[in-house]
Design a protein around this ligand. Structure first.
Ligand code: NAD
Ligand code: TDX
Length: 349
C-alpha cells in the first residue's frame, strides 16, 4: 500500500516511518515542514530505501496538500504533523492553532476529494492524537474512549479541536477515519525539550535538572516503538469510525522518572567521586495549568486488536539513556538552535 505520513521527521513520525520501511513492504511519502522539531537525521537509517520519499512542505498550504495527495494517491494517511510541546503552546498558541487545527482541516479536505475521486473503498485517514484531550485525572481512574473531552492547555485544546474535525469529516462526508489517543512517549530520537531527553542531556552535561513544582505529577510512559506498532495495527486492522486509546501502563511521578535517569547515569557514566547526579535536581516554578495525572485504560486496543506493549518502563528507559549517550552527534545536530531556556511561564502573573 501507499502510506502518506505527515510529520515524519519528528519523534513519533520517524519511528513510524522506520517501522514501515524496515518491517513492511509498503511505500512511504513523508511530508514535513522541518520545524525546530523535525530532523531528517532521524530518518538516516531508512532514507536510501527506494520505497521512501520526502516532500518538504507545510500542511497549512492547502493547495500543496491537495496536489501531493492527488499525485501520490495514498491508501492510508497517517497524520502526525503537529506542534507538540505544551510549554511552547503557553508562549505561542497561534502556531498550534495554525498547524494543529487549520493544517488538519486542509488534510481532511484533500483526503475527502481524493477518497471521492478515486473511489478507493479501502482508504483510511488516521489521526494521531493525545490523551491530553481528556484533561487531568486525580489519584484514581483512567481515560477510556468514552471519557469526556476536557482539554486545559492551548496544545491539548488544539488537538481536541482537530480530533473533532476528523470525526466530523467521518460523520458528515463519510470519510473513513480512525483516531488514536496516546499517552506520553519516550525513546530514541525525541527532541531534547521533552522531560526524558532533557534530563538525560542535562545529567550528561552536569546541568541542573528542572522539576516543575514538587515533581508529583504523574505521566503514563510508552516507548515510541510500542506506539509505532500500535499505530500500524490500528491503521491496518482498526475499524473505520473508531477511536483507540494507547498507553504504557507505566505510571510514574516526574520525580521518579528524573531519579531513575540519575541512577542509570551513575552506572553508565559514573561522575567524579564527590558528586551525585541526583544533586542536580532543582524544583522550579510549576507549569501554568499543569495537568496532574494522565493514565490510560488500554483494554479496547488489547481486546479488539491484540496489542500489548513490548517494553517495560525499566527496559525502555535503560535503552533510551544508552541511546542518547551513544548518539551525541544526533543530539548536537538537532539542538544547535535550541537554547534550553525555560518556556511556558509567560502567562504566570
Ligand atoms: P514532534 O514535535 O517531535 O514532531 C512533529 C513533526 O511535525 C516535526 O517533524 C515537524 O517538523 C512537523 N511539523 C510541524 N508543523 C508542521 C507543518 N505545519 N507542516 C508539516 N509538518 C509540520 O512531535 P511528536 O512527539 O513526534 O508527536 C507526533 C504526533 O503525535 C503529534 O500529533 C502529537 O500531538 C502526537 N502525540 C505525541 C505524544 C508524545 O508523547 N510525544 C503523545 C501522544 C500523541
Ligand atoms: O523541564 C521539565 N520539567 C518538568 O518537570 C519538562 C520539560 C517537563 N516537566 C514535567 C511536565 C510534565 O508533567 O514533566 C512532565 C512531562 O512533560 P513534557 O515532556 O513536556 O510532556 P507533556 O506535557 O506531558 O506532554 C507530552 O505528552 C503528551 C507531549 O509533549 C505531548 O505532545 C503529548 O501529547
Amino acid at each position: 500500500m501507499k502510506f502518506l505520513v505527515t510529520g515524519g521527521a519528528g519523534f513519533i513520525g520517524s519511528a513510524v516511518i522506520r517501522f514501515l520501511i524496515n518491517e513492511t513492504d509498503h511505500q512511504v511519502l513523508n511530508i514535513d515542514k522541518l520545524t525546530y522539531a523535525g530532523h531528517l537525521e532521524s530518518l538516516t537509517p531508512i532514507s536510501d530505501s527506494d520505497r521512501y520519499q520526502f516532500v518538504h512542505g507545510d500542511i497549512c498550504d492547502a493547495a500543496l496538500m491537495q496536489q501531493i495527495v492527488d499525485e501520490f494517491k495514498p491508501d492510508r494517511i497517517m497524520h502526525l504533523a503537529a506542534e507538540s510541546h505544551v510549554d511552547r503552546s503557553v508562549d505561542a498558541p497561534g502556531e498550534f492553532i495554525e498547524t494543529n487545527i487549520i493544517g488538519t482541516f486542509n488534510l481532511l479536505n484533500a483526503a475527502r476529494k481524493h477518497f471521492e475521486d478515486s473511489g478507493n473503498q479501502d482508504f483510511l485517514f488516521h489521526h494521531i492524537s493525545t490523551d491530553e484531550v481528556f484533561g487531568s485525572l486525580g489519584d484514581e481512574g483512567f481515560f477510556t474512549e468514552e471519557t469526556r473531552y476536557d482539554p486545559r492547555s492551548p496544545y491539548s485544546a488544539s488537538k481536541a479541536s482537530s480530533d473533532h474535525l476528523v470525526r466530523a469529516w467521518g460523520e458528515t462526508y463519510g470519510l473513513p477515519i480512525v483516531v488514536t489517543n496516546c499517552s506520553n512517549n519516550y525513546g530514541h530520537y525525541q527532541f531534547p525539550e521533552k522531560l526524558i531527553p532533557l534530563m538525560i542531556m542535562n545529567t550528561y552535561n552536569q546541568k541542573s535538572l528542572p522539576v516543575y513544582g514538587d515533581g508529583s505529577n504523574v505521566r503514563d510512559w510508552l516507548h515510541v516503538d510500542d506506539h509505532a506498532r500500535a499505530l500500524y495495527l490500528v491503521v491496518t486492522e482498526g475499524k473505520p469510525g473508531e477511536t483507540y486509546n494507547i498507553g504504557g501502563k507505566n505510571e510514574k511521578t516526574n520525580l521518579d522518572v528524573v531519579q531513575t535517569i540519575c541512577d542509570l547515569m551513575e552506572s553508565f557514566n559514573p561522575p567524579a567521586r564527590d558528586f551525585a547526579y541526583r544533586d542536580l535536581i532543582t524544583h522550579v516554578t510549576d507549569r501554568p495549568g499543569h495537568d496532574f495525572r494522565y493514565a490510560i485504560d488500554t483494554s479496547k486496543i488489547e481486546r479488539e486488536l491484540g496489542w500489548q506493549p513490548q517494553e517495560t518502563f525499566e527496559s525502555g528507559i535503560e535503552k533510551t539513556v544508552e541511546w542518547y549517550l551513544s548518539n551525541q552527534a544526533w543530539c548536537e545536530a538537532v539542538s544547535k538552535d535550541y537554547s534550553q531556556e525555560r518556556l511556558g511561564l509567560k502567562t504566570v502573573k
